[in-house]
Every structure is written in C-alpha cells, then in structure tokens.
Design a protein around this ligand. Structure first.
Ligand SMILES: [Zn+2]
Length: 330
C-alpha cells in the first residue's frame, strides 16, 4: 500500500514539475518576444541610419573612385554616389550628392578626367542627390531630370534648397515625361522615368555600351527603402520599379544604387523577393481587417536581415508605409 502511494505521489509530482516547466518555458518565450519587439521597435526614428553621418568618411578624407566599365566610374563619399561618364569633350554626372561631401567628390572627379562637367542627370529631387547641382554646374552644365522631379525641386526651393544654397540653385533645363536619350562619345545614355516608387519623378539611367545602370533610390541595397506615400508613392509602385530595373538588366549589368557599393542583378532580385514577402505579409493582415498596430506586433519584417540597415528607413516605419499603401487589385 505504501509502495503504491509513493509511486502515485512521485507521478503527481512529476506532472506538476512538467506543468511548471512548460509554463516557465512559455513565459520565457513570451517575455523574450516582447523584449525583442521592444528592442526592435523601440526607436521612433524614421531613418535606420543617416547616410551622411553613419557611413565612414571623415571630413577631409578622399572620396573613393571606382572604375565600373568602359568610360563609366563612380565616385563615393559618406555613402553618396556620383556616377561619372567621360565623353570626348566633357563629363556627364548622375547625381551630385550634397555638402559637405562636394569638395572630396570634386577631387575624385579630377582623378578621372580634367574635362568640364557638361551634363548632370538627377535621379530624383532629394537633396542628397541634387544638393551639389550648383557646385558641379558652375561652368554651365545642362541639368536633366524628369518633369515631375523638376517640379518638386521648384516646389521645395523655398524651404529645402535655398537655405542650403544661398548662392542660388540651378534647376533642370532639360526635362521629359517618360524617357530621354543622349549620346556621349561612344556611349548611349538612356534615362527612364520610374513612376510611383521612391519619390515623384524617379529616374534610372542606363549606360548601354558599358552595361551600367544607376538606380537612384528606386533601389536601395542593404536598407528598407523610403517611400514618399504623402506624395502618392506606394509599395507596389516601388516593387514594379524594381522589376523594370531587372528587365533593363542582365547578369553582367553593374547596378549603382542610390547609396552604397555597386551590386549585380541577382542582389536586386534577392532584395525584391524580401520586400515582396514583407508586402504580402502586411497585405494578408490588412486583408483580414487587422488594425495597423496589431499588424506591427506580428513583426512582418522579421525575415529582413538585421545587417541590412545601413541605409533607408526603420522596420517600423517601413511596415507602416506598406500597410498604408498596399494595393489589393494586384
Ligand atoms: Zn531619395
């Protein structure tokens, strides 16, 4: 009798211990999840990083010059890229960065060629891509941009551009709606409008012979992209733009993103897949009628690599903009 009682007692104790163990594990997982979410979403900052501040490039340090292919080079400083094509009588620049990187970038240009800047193409109207227009167009270059980007520059002139460029700011004098092409020496330069992606009037620039495409911020490597939804841009427009860039490229194409080192088409497509997965996850919750704040708690950006936060926006900001702009008709 006493033996039976002892066995039953042991079994009961084992059951209670197992129950407590499971409860403790569940509590640990719950606390871990909440802590993780807090850690992840703790910052209210929109930007994951500031490319002018967060990327190495101490004042006075030289800009980095890379020869890409043919007559096309990229000069980089503080995470900002100026792509340079050398023609017979002058240079074409894609984007002009912003102070305080301009002096270093100018010295980088001198290492490529002593020819004057004849053309500037702005990928879009953000200051870190056209804040050096006045500086680099000082000898009278033509400035090319989409009409929408030029309109945005004009609209922003008062509050954004003018205070930083008190000497005056040259606006694009050549604008177009959908596409524009020009010759520079032996090179054909195609400029294509990418609608509804990063900002109004985004353009990508293709150097046909060199097989180089400059994407501006219509593709961000190692970062979640900013999407100006207040100006009508959407996640689906952004993804469509990435597919357009993929269609314009092949396996040999060198892609120069708006910020950071050049990459290939495979990297663009990998980034597209990851962004599409986030878009589909958020669309799933929104389709079920889950409010935005509960959608955030599901951590829809969980598959985005933590090391891919050099550029662009925070995970929370991105998840919210996807929620706000996702289209269900696709
Ligand atoms: Zn931008």
């Amino acid at each position: 009798m006493s033996t039976f009682s002892t066995t039953a007692e042991l079994e009961a104790r084992a059951r209670i211990s197992l129950r407590w163990l499971l409860l403790a594990c569940a509590a640990l997982v719950a606390v871990g999840y909440v802590t993780f979410i807090f850690w992840l979403y703790g910052s209210n900052d929109m930007l994951a990083n500031r490319h002018s501040d967060g990327i190495p490039g101490a004042p006075g340090s030289p800009a980095v010059v890379h020869h890409l292919r043919g007559d096309v080079f990229v000069v980089s400083d503080r995470g900002m890229n100026v792509t340079v094509a050398a023609g017979r009588s002058g240079l074409l620049l894609v984007d002009t960065a912003e102070p305080p990187a301009l002096e270093a970038l100018d010295k980088g240009l001198d290492r490529i060629s002593s020819l004057p800047v004849r053309f500037i193409v702005n990928t879009h109207a953000h200051h870190d891509h056209m804040g050096g227009n006045a500086f680099f167009a000082r000898d009278g270059a033509d400035i090319i941009a989409t009409k929408a980007a030029a309109d945005l520059m004009r609209a922003d002139l008062g509050e954004l551009v003018a205070p930083r460029n008190p000497a005056g700011f040259p606006l694009p004098n050549i604008t177009f709606e959908d596409s524009y092409e020009l010759r520079l020496g032996d090179e054909t330069v195609q400029i294509v409008h990418i609608p509804d992606a990063h900002s109004p009037g985004d353009a990508v620039i293709r150097f046909v012979n060199a097989n180089v495409i400059v994407t501006g911020d219509a593709f961000v490597d190692e970062g979640l992209p900013y999407i100006a939804d207040d100006l009508g841009m959407t996640i689906d427009g952004y993804l469509r733009g990435m597919l357009t860039i993929a269609d314009m490229s092949d396996d040999e194409t060198i892609l120069v993103p708006g910020h950071g080192p050049a990459v290939d088409r495979g990297r663009l497509l990998e980034t597209y897949d990851r962004l599409k997965r986030i878009r589909d996850t958020v669309a799933f919750w929104k389709g079920l009628g889950v409010p935005q704040k509960f959608m955030l708690a599901t951590y829809p950006t969980f598959a985005w690599p933590l090391r891919w936060h050099k550029y662009g926006v925070s995970q929370k900001w991105f998840a919210k903009v996807v929620y706000r702009t996702v289209e269900f008709s696709d």
